[in-house]
Each structure stands twice: as structure tokens, then as C-alpha cells.
Design a protein around this ligand. Structure first.
Ligand SMILES: [Zn+2]
Ligand SMILES: [Zn+2]
Length: 208
């Protein structure tokens, strides 16, 4: 575990450092050469505006509106974060990414397959360090870093650029319900005839 003092962490930077507030992020790759050390930028991306982020949420959507009779809530994904490039002896050039992901999509009830709406709100603090550091023994089992009393998940960048796709997928995958049920008492489908037992009692149900 690394602990270093960092007076310019995500939580306490001066607003004067922000060069552009809430710029749209038109593609998932951020070129680190274009970030000055210690300067801070803020970005957002939304499924309604940005195709690359719409593609991500479509992959989590198990239910397409056109395939079901009932009306289902729309799916959506938005991402907001600040990004700050830093440099020190311990981590070399590294990048702090702090923000949140809000997303909603529709999956199938694991028992009866009707649509279930999922909504995820996740805050994140991430530190990207250069890929070359991954080979050092200190990083072997390291998943997070502590910088100025703030914990950061550890990710690696390569070629002087950060690709946000993996981290967005992982954040949604980790926070989504692995066993979605439309109702905690869902009776599921009959294993013999496939009837939805929440709606009908088929002849295979005991006692009917
Ligand atoms: Zn169900
Ligand atoms: Zn049946």
C-alpha cells in the first residue's frame, strides 16, 4: 500500500486550476500529452449525446423496447469526472480521475424473464499510473492506492493515453445486481411447459 502526501488531490484542488468546466468527451480516449501537470479539467459524456457511451449501455441492456409488449423505462448512461495529471517520484506521471457514473438499463428477471429496471449510481476515485510500473514488485498485488488520505483504485495507462472503456464496463458490471428479480416472490416459469407461474397456474404445479 502506498501512502504519500498530496496537497492537490481530487477533494481539495483550487477552482482556479480548472481550465475548462464540463467539456463534452467525444471519444473514450484521453491524450495525456494534452494535459498540463497539476491542471484540472472536467468532462462529461452522456448516452443521449455521445455514441461511444451509448454503445456501452446497449451491451448491458438485455431487453429491447421493440421486443416487449409492456412499456419499459428508457436506458441511459452518463459520466462526469474531473481529471488531473500529477507527477512525483513515487508514481511518475500519474492521473487522478474522480467522478460518478449514473446509468439505468433493463435486464430480465432471472426466474420469469420479464423486464427488470436497474439503476446504478457509482462514485469513483481512480489513479492511473504508467503501465511500466505494473512490472514492479510493489504493484504485484496492489489494487488501490492511498494518496492524501483518499483511496484510489489503481489502473494503468499506456502510450500516454487513458482509455475509459474498461473502467466504465467494470464499474457497471461490479455494481449491477447479479441476480435481478422482478419481485422477490417471483414464482418463475414452469419447468415443464414454460408458463409464467406469476400469471397462471398450469397443470404441473402441485396442488392445482
Ligand atoms: Zn420474475
Ligand atoms: Zn407447467
Amino acid at each position: 500500500m502506498f501512502v504519500i502526501s498530496n496537497p492537490w488531490g481530487c477533494m481539495n484542488s483550487s477552482p482556479l486550476e480548472i481550465q475548462s468546466f464540463n467539456s463534452p468527451l467525444n471519444q473514450p480516449v484521453i491524450n495525456l500529452r494534452r494535459l498540463a501537470i497539476n491542471s484540472k479539467k472536467e468532462f462529461y459524456a452522456e448516452a443521449t449525446e455521445h455514441d461511444w457511451i451509448k454503445q456501452i449501455i446497449l451491451e448491458f441492456d438485455e431487453v429491447k423496447a421493440e421486443n416487449v409488449e409492456e412499456e419499459i423505462p428508457p436506458s441511459d448512461l452518463s459520466l462526469k469526472f474531473s481529471i488531473q495529471k500529477k507527477q512525483n517520484e513515487t508514481f511518475g506521471e500519474h492521473v487522478l480521475l474522480c467522478g460518478n457514473i449514473i446509468c439505468q438499463f433493463n435486464v430480465e428477471c432471472v426466474r420469469c424473464l420479464v423486464p427488470v429496471h436497474q439503476k446504478i449510481m457509482a462514485d469513483f476515485n481512480i489513479c492511473f499510473v504508467a503501465e511500466q510500473l505494473a512490472e514492479k514488485s510493489e504493484y504485484e498485488d496492489t489494487l488501490s492506492l492511498f494518496i492524501d488520505q483518499t483511496g484510489y483504485e489503481l489502473y494503468f495507462y499506456s502510450d500516454n493515453s487513458i482509455n475509459l472503456i474498461d473502467f466504465i464496463y467494470e464499474t457497471i458490471a461490479l455494481n449491477k445486481d447479479p441476480f435481478p428479480l422482478h419481485d422477490i416472490n417471483c414464482k418463475g416459469l414452469c419447468q415443464f411447459c414454460g408458463e409464467n407461474l406469476n400469471k397462471v397456474a398450469c397443470i404441473h404445479v402441485k396442488g392445482s
